[in-house]
Ligand binder design. Structure first.
Ligand code: HEC
Length: 221
């Protein structure tokens, strides 16, 4: 298609599609889309921060979570959070050092608030966003209890979750100390390109695994 035709098609599409979809286009170069309403933004803005900001109203107890967890979570994560088949184990102690780090809510998660966020946005795995806030609070409380982090009478809500101290909270490097490259960035007075010599390349160093042949020797030795 010639470029003026493409332009014409784009212009017609920009003008007609919003009208066909039944909403008025806002101003803007393409005249597409509308400014989202507060209710629409609210539907997407579900992030809960470590300090608890964003936690919804509502509450749920360990007790409330007991049956709910059995019905909607245990089929994958096990009755005691031990994990079924290859689904992740979410409860219990374990070591993070070693070839197979044992990441459970107890050993790994730094905040109970972001555990709520994760369950709220991603679980139950095949159909997330089906549990109302009270039920997410309840299963979060229950998972914390399975990990011996809260008592049996704990009630999770926007005040109590930020106060739960997770055992590995201090175990994270929040800022990655490793440089991306070992050269400083250069925007002026840079080294002349002719002086830059390539001293090494990855070629011939068997860094790339083989993609054919037996698997046991496929990785570079
Ligand atoms: C159909 C299986 C399935 C069901 C049901 C399910 N999950 Fe999960 N869950 C998963 C999978 C798979 C992952 C890992 C997802 C990933 O890493 O991307 C996961 C991850 C998690 C994690 C994070 C584990 C970690 O430390 O990385 C938590 C916590 C969790 N699920 C809680 C729940 C809760 C609570 C429910 C019930 C409301 C639930 N899950 C229901 C499959 C399931």
């Amino acid at each position: 298609m010639s470029s003026w035709r493409k332009l014409a098609v784009a212009a017609i599409a920009a003008a007609c599609i919003p009208a066909a979809l039944g909403f008025a286009a806002d101003k803007g170069p393409l005249r597409l889309g509308t400014t989202p309403t507060a209710a629409q933004v609210e539907g997407w803005a579900i992030a809960v921060r470590p300090d608890g900001q964003g936690l919804p109203a509502g509450s749920g107890s360990v007790k409330d979570g007991d049956e709910l967890y059995a019905n909607v979570c245990a089929s994958c994560h096990g009755t005691f959070g031990e994990g079924v088949g290859r689904y992740p184990r979410i409860a219990g102690e374990g070591k993070l050092t070693g070839d197979r780090p044992e990441q459970t809510v107890q050993t790994y998660w730094p905040y109970a608030t972001t555990l709520f966020d994760y369950i709220n946005r991603a679980m139950p795995f095949p159909s997330p966003h089906v549990l109302p806030p009270d039920q997410v609070y309840a299963v979060t409380a229950y998972v914390l209890n399975l990990n011996s982090l809260v008592d049996d009478d704990f009630v999770a809500d926007r005040n109590t979750l930020p106060k739960v101290k997770m055992p590995n909270r201090e175990g994270f490097n929040w800022i990655d100390p490793r440089p991306d490259t070992h050269d400083a960035a250069c925007m002026s007075n840079c080294r002349p390109a002719a002086d830059v010599k390539v001293s090494q390349t990855a070629e011939g160093k068997t860094l790339t695994p083989r993609t054919t042949g037996p698997l046991d020797t496929a990785m570079p030795q």
